[in-house]
Design a protein around this ligand. Structure first.
Ligand code: HEC
Length: 267
């Protein structure tokens, strides 16, 4: 059978058009997500240099979290045993160094348990006005930049009854500045007479036990850890993703040559 070159048979999209359309769609998706994220921020957020593949940083972050945060916050979707596995620690290490809580029977919390604490929601509400939330997914809802900048920007504010501090990123927050002994106390510098309420800068009035850089590193590790618990499978996913992409590229090559073979007698 002879095929008429001018026949009205609709040719499928060429490979090139298909690739171009897919790329355009991917770029458009990224832009939409970025705009949606940017829309939430009133204060310029700082981006910490963190890496979820850095196990030492995650171990330091876990230590900082159980020492400073778990009195009030839980990480209630995360198990200690999973932590041991992902952070390259033995379960004995985790039990000895990271578990400070007891279970309902008064026994030390088991390594297979979730990272919860004893504070009830009611107690949290009575003590702070707002119950300290479970921080398991906060890095997803707020983003790691938000958490990092939040932990950096507590400042003294005598008008805040109870905690005595305010926060640039989360004005009026009920959370006290729990890391004050490390960072020290900051005071706000205000704008000119026309904008007396605008905070223009934060100044360290009395330093804590860490200098500025060491404090930034400390909260970066903590932020890295919160990023990890919000998405523990991320590193594995990235590793698998590379193989999947390599496989798809190989398949693309095969498909390309197959298409050439099929069409060589037609066009
Ligand atoms: C003394 C209790 C207490 C401790 C300790 C504490 N927090 Fe909080 N935290 C709170 C309270 C209360 C809130 C709720 C604040 C609000 O909504 O106004 C909060 C809110 C937060 C939020 C915002 C969550 C959200 O999505 O709104 C983050 C992030 C956070 N804390 C991180 C930490 C980290 C990290 C530590 C450890 C360094 C820590 N907190 C230690 C009481 C505490």
């Amino acid at each position: 059978m002879e095929l008429n070159a001018n026949s009205s048979v609709r040719r499928p999209w060429s490979m090139r058009t298909a690739v171009a359309v897919s790329l355009a769609a991917a770029v458009a998706c990224c832009l939409v997500v970025d705009v949606a994220r940017a829309a939430g921020a009133g204060v310029a957020l700082e981006t910490p240099r963190i890496d979820q593949g850095n196990l030492k940083s995650l171990q330091r972050g876990a230590q900082a979290f159980v020492n400073n945060c778990m009195g009030c916050h839980s990480a209630g979707y995360q198990r200690y045993s999973r932590l041991a596995q992902d952070l390259g620690l033995s379960e004995e290490d985790v039990a000895a160094n990271l578990i400070f809580t007891t279970d309902e029977a008064g026994e030390p919390t088991k390594v297979g348990a979730l990272m919860t604490n004893a504070m009830t929601e009611e107690y949290g509400k009575t003590a702070f006005g707002v119950a300290p939330p479970n921080l398991s997914l906060t890095a997803r809802s707020r983003g790691t930049d938000w958490i990092y900048t939040f932990l950096k920007s507590f400042y003294l504010d005598p008008e805040r009854v109870g905690t005595g501090v305010n926060n640039l990123v989360y004005p009026g927050t009920a959370m006290p500045h729990v890391l004050w002994s490390l960072q020290g106390w900051q005071e706000a510098e205000h704008g000119d007479d026309e904008h007396p309420d605008t905070v223009t800068d934060l100044k360290l009035m009395s330093p804590g036990s860490l200098d500025e850089r060491a404090y930034d590193d400390y909260i970066a590790d903590l932020t890295n850890f919160l990023g990890y618990i919000s998405d523990p499978i991320k590193e594995t996913r990235h590793r698998i993703g590379i193989f999947v992409l390599l496989f798809l590229f190989a398949l693309l090559a095969v498909a390309w040559f197959l298409k050439k073979e099929y069409w060589k007698d037609v066009v």
